[in-house]
Write a protein that binds this ligand. Structure first.
Ligand code: ZN
Length: 364
C-alpha cells in the first residue's frame, strides 16, 4: 500500500478545503507514491517524534499540528522545524498534518473532546457559512435519474443524516442548434422545444468541479445547462466548536474536577463558579476564545477550551463557567481519531500512537 492511499482516506474524512485561511494542513514533507511501512500518530512533530518513527521503522508521521506554517528561503537546520524537515527527508519519512480541516470536520477534534466529557446531542457551535452551493440543472425526460445518481455519487444532496436529497419539477426547454452542433434532439437551424426535468440539489463548495464533471458525463446534451448559486445557509455538518448536554446536570466543582482528570491537566484554570449546576457545555480544542460569545448566546452553562488570554475572561463573570485545560491537553486525544479512522479503513495496517509528550508547557 502506498502513502497516498492513507492520505486519501484522511482527506475523505477531513477534506483539505475545510481548513481555515491561515492554516497549512496537508502533506508537509515526502513523496506519496512510496510503499508505506506504517504510521506514527502524534499531535506535534518534533525531532524526538521523528526519531521514534525511525526506531519503529514507520515511514509516515500523521500529526494534528502542521510542522510547516511559513515559506522557507533556505533549509539549513537553524531551528527545530528545519531540522525536522532535513531529518525526515534524509530518512525518507513523509509527514502529513490534518489541522483545522480536522477541527472543522464532522466527527473531528471537538467531537472527540465532547465524547471524552460525555456530552450528548452534540451540534457544531459555529457552523460554516457560505460553504454550500445550490446546483440546478435540466435534463430531457428519461435522463433525470441517471444525472441525479451521478450527482449523488460525488456527494451532492447530503443534508444532515440524509443523502440523495433533491427536488425535481417538469418544464419546457427551448434551443436552436447552430451549424457545427450535434444536438441530442431537434434539427440544425430549427427552433426546438423539449420536455425537461429541472433538478435542484445542494453540495459543499469544494465539490463543485467533481459535480460538473459527473453532470457532463451523465447528461445526454452536448451543452448541458447548469447553474450554481452560493447559499447563505449555515452548513451544520462542518464548523468550529461543539455544544451539547450532559445526561445528568453536575455540580460545578465536580464538573471542573472531572475535566481536570479527563484531560490529565496539572493546572485547570477557571473563572469564579456561579452556575451551581452544569448541563449544557460548549467547547473548542486549542485556542477557542473567539467562540466564547457564541457559547453564551447558545445558553451554555460552561465553556471549555485549551487556552485563553487573561482579558478574554473579563465581562462574563455571571454568565458562564469558563475553564482552560491547556492546549496540548485539550487536543491530546486527536490521535485516537486517526487511529479509529485508519483501523476501520485498513485493518491490517501498522499504526502506533506516539509515546512522546510534545507539550512544551510545564507546570511547577
Ligand atoms: Zn491545536
Amino acid at each position: 500500500m502506498k502513502i497516498k492511499e492513507i492520505i486519501c482516506a484522511l482527506e475523505q474524512f477531513a477534506p483539505l478545503p475545510l481548513q481555515d485561511d491561515f492554516d497549512n494542513a496537508g502533506l508537509q514533507v515526502g513523496l506519496t507514491e512510496v510503499e508505506i511501512t506504517g504510521a506514527l500518530l502524534c499531535l506535534d512533530v518534533t525531532e524526538a517524534v521523528i526519531d521514534e518513527a525511525l526506531t519503529l521503522n514507520l515511514n509516515l508521521i500523521i500529526s494534528h499540528h502542521p510542522l510547516i506554517f511559513k515559506g522557507y528561503k533556505s533549509i539549513t537546520g537553524k531551528d527545530y522545524v528545519e531540522r525536522c524537515i532535513l531529518k525526515a527527508i534524509k530518512h525518507d519519512i513523509a509527514i502529513y498534518s490534518a489541522h483545522t480541516n480536522l477541527d472543522n470536520a464532522f466527527g473531528g477534534v471537538n467531537f472527540k473532546i465532547a465524547e471524552k466529557i460525555g456530552l450528548k446531542d452534540v451540534q457544531i457551535l459555529a457552523p460554516k457559512e457560505e460553504s454550500l452551493l445550490k446546483l440546478i440543472t435540466y435534463t430531457p425526460l428519461g435522463y433525470a435519474d441517471k444525472v441525479r445518481e451521478a450527482l449523488f455519487f460525488v456527494g451532492c444532496g447530503s443534508i444532515g443524516n440524509y443523502n440523495s436529497c433533491s427536488y425535481s419539477s417538469k418544464g419546457e426547454g427551448t434551443f436552436r442548434a447552430k451549424e457545427g452542433a450535434t444536438p441530442f434532439c431537434g434539427h440544425i437551424g430549427e427552433m426546438h422545444s423539449e420536455d425537461e426535468i429541472k433538478i435542484e440539489t445542494v453540495l459543499p463548495f469544494y465539490k463543485k468541479q467533481e459535480a460538473i464533471q459527473a453532470l457532463i458525463e451523465a447528461h445526454p446534451y452536448e451543452e448541458p445547462v447548469y447553474d450554481f448559486y452560493l447559499l447563505q445557509n449555515m452548513w451544520k455538518q462542518a464548523g468550529a466548536g461543539i455544544i451539547g448536554s450532559l445526561g445528568i446536570a453536575e455540580p460545578e466543582l465536580e464538573f471542573l474536577k472531572r475535566i481536570k482528570d479527563t484531560f490529565k491537566t496539572t493546572c485547570l484554570k477557571h473563572n469564579k463558579p456561579v452556575k451551581h449546576l452544569i448541563q449544557r457545555v460548549a467547547l473548542c480544542g486549542g485556542a477557542g476564545a473567539s467562540l466564547l460569545p457564541l457559547a453564551i448566546r447558545n445558553k451554555a452553562d460552561a465553556f471549555i477550551t485549551g487556552e485563553m488570554k487573561y482579558h478574554d475572561y473579563f465581562g462574563h463573570e455571571a454568565e458562564i463557567l469558563i475553564a482552560e485545560t491547556g492546549h496540548y491537553e485539550s487536543e491530546q486525544y486527536t490521535t485516537e481519531i486517526f487511529r479509529t479512522l485508519l483501523k476501520e479503513t485498513f485493518p491490517d495496517f501498522t499504526l502506533q500512537i506516539s509515546k512522546i509528550n510534545t507539550n512544551p508547557i510545564k507546570y511547577l
